[in-house]
Design a protein. Structure first.
Length: 470
């Protein structure tokens, strides 16, 4: 192996499959969606409708930034080139700190669901065997990996459609009733009106579950004609992911006849399907969740391996480490060393407590949405994003301004959550501060300083050429 560029062999459809696999609607439904349903009850319908609106704002912002800067490092490259190296390194630090814990939570969840379906299995061995198998798939050629994840994604979408059909077949209540008079399960086991505070926290969780599409940017150096297609891929992936996540939750909130049994269950969606179609259908759906979790794990390993690859190429670490991380396997085109290293990091994070993993990731949306929204505002003004040939956000500057407002609203909601949200904001804030100190004391003092590397013609280059012509 030797350092080289990633192989540009993915079509827009291949990147779309990988991105939706990263989003994994079923994982969001059974994970965050189940939690929202238990706390907000039928109010989950309203919170997930709001989540779709938030997903649109998120996608528009990322589509403009990703179209101008479609690089393996994702957010931090565009943020760093527009706002300055310090902002890029803050974004880099944020994503690096949350990558391992977020993926570890995913693989741990897979182990729990597998052991629930196969009671004789042990969570520990299942967790690490699943991680090993997913790593093997992630090491394949990127087009092969995209094909495999696409096949798994087809199974996941069948499960999504089944949930929607089961929920809307014989609805127990109207959408208007769920929106205007939301109810949940009270302490005494009877349904009670959903509290406003519970609706607020549920709305933040629903927004987190439905947003996405930005994962496509990390595959930009493997996408054919990235500036042309990236914005559309981000928007399409975000729309499919948001609808495939929100609509099933809304359908179950409307269709649950025995609301007490569904809301009181640790697995509300499996309980709902079992009540509608029988226990065998509930177990079949659980099997679909396991397939979806494995698919999401493969896509996450590929996504974050490209982040590590970008860190090596941008010379973040010691020279020998950078060379290995930035190496691309000649035949497969995969950053295999970066993939294995990230898999080992994920395995180590699997040893942490589940609450710790959640705390590491809960505040990610607040910081990342704020940085990217500001970058798009400044980028358009400086002619670095939204230029001819690149994707432009409609009704500019509405989306980035809404993004900043949403980041503030999510931040306030997280600060009110003393169990997970507030500790996460404080922890990630401290990590970002440490990263900025490293940038100031080490990277900035290198000869020539440090800035994210770009390899292809970018919006910045277009602007520079325009200035030269003028």
């Amino acid at each position: 192996m030797r350092p080289q560029n990633l192989h540009r062999k993915l079509t827009w459809f291949g990147v779309l499959l990988l991105t939706i696999s990263c989003l994994s609607p079923i994982v969001s439904i059974f994970g965050t969606g189940g939690d929202v349903l238990q706390h907000a009850g039928t109010g989950a319908a309203a919170t997930f409708l709001l989540g779709i609106a938030v997903a649109v704002v998120w996608a528009v912002i990322y589509a403009e930034l990703g179209s101008a800067y479609p690089y393996a490092g994702g957010d931090y490259v565009g943020v760093g080139r527009i706002l300055g190296p310090w902002a890029g390194f803050a974004s880099l630090t944020l994503w690096s700190a949350t990558a391992g814990p977020g993926t570890a939570f995913l693989v741990r969840t897979l182990g729990v669901y597998f052991c629930d379906l196969v009671p004789t299995a042990s969570p520990g061995p299942v967790t690490f065997l699943a991680l090993l198998a997913a790593t093997a798939v992630a090491l394949l050629a990127v087009r092969t990996s995209a094909l495999i994840t696409g096949l798994f994604l087809a199974v996941e979408m069948v499960a999504v459609v089944a949930l929607i059909a089961a929920g809307l077949w014989h609805p127990a209540r109207s959408l208007g009733a769920a929106l205007l008079h939301p109810v949940t399960l009270g302490a005494a086991g009877a349904t009670v009106p959903t509290a406003l505070g519970a609706m607020g926290l549920a709305a933040v969780s629903a927004a987190y579950a439905t947003t996405g599409g930005n994962q496509a940017v990390a595959f930009g150096e493997e996408l054919i004609e990235p500036h042309r297609y990236m914005g559309h891929v981000v928007m399409l992936a975000a729309a499919i992911g948001a609808l495939a996540t929100a609509v099933p939750v809304i359908a179950v909130a409307l269709g649950a006849a025995d609301l007490g049994a569904v809301l009181g269950s640790k697995a509300p969606f499996s309980t709902f399907v079992a009540g509608v179609a029988g226990p065998l259908a509930g177990r079949a759906l659980s099997a679909g969740v396991i397939v979806s979790l494995f698919n999401a794990l493969v896509a996450a390993l590929m996504f974050y391996a490209r982040l590590l690859f970008s860190l090596g190429r941008d010379a973040i670490f010691h020279g020998a480490v950078n060379a290995q991380l930035a190496a691309v396997h000649t035949d497969s085109g995969a950053p295999r060393v970066a993939t294995v290293v990230f898999s080992l990091i994920t395995g180590a994070c699997c040893l942490l407590a589940t609450h710790t993993l959640i705390v590491f990731t809960s505040g990610l949306t607040v910081y990342s949405l704020a940085l990217v929204s500001i970058a798009v505002l400044v980028g358009r003004r400086r002619c670095l994003t939204g230029q001819p040939g690149y994707w432009r956000s409609p009704l500019y500057p509405l989306a980035p301004l809404l993004g900043i407002l949403l980041a503030l609203a999510f931040g306030i909601a997280d600060l009110a959550d003393g169990a997970e949200g507030r500790p996460s904001l404080l922890l990630l804030g401290a990590i970002i501060a440490a990263g900025l100190a490293w940038h100031h004391l080490v990277l900035r003092r290198r000869p020539g300083g440090w800035t994210p590397m770009v390899l292809m013609p970018s919006a910045e280059a277009v602007a520079q050429r325009a200035d030269a012509i003028d």
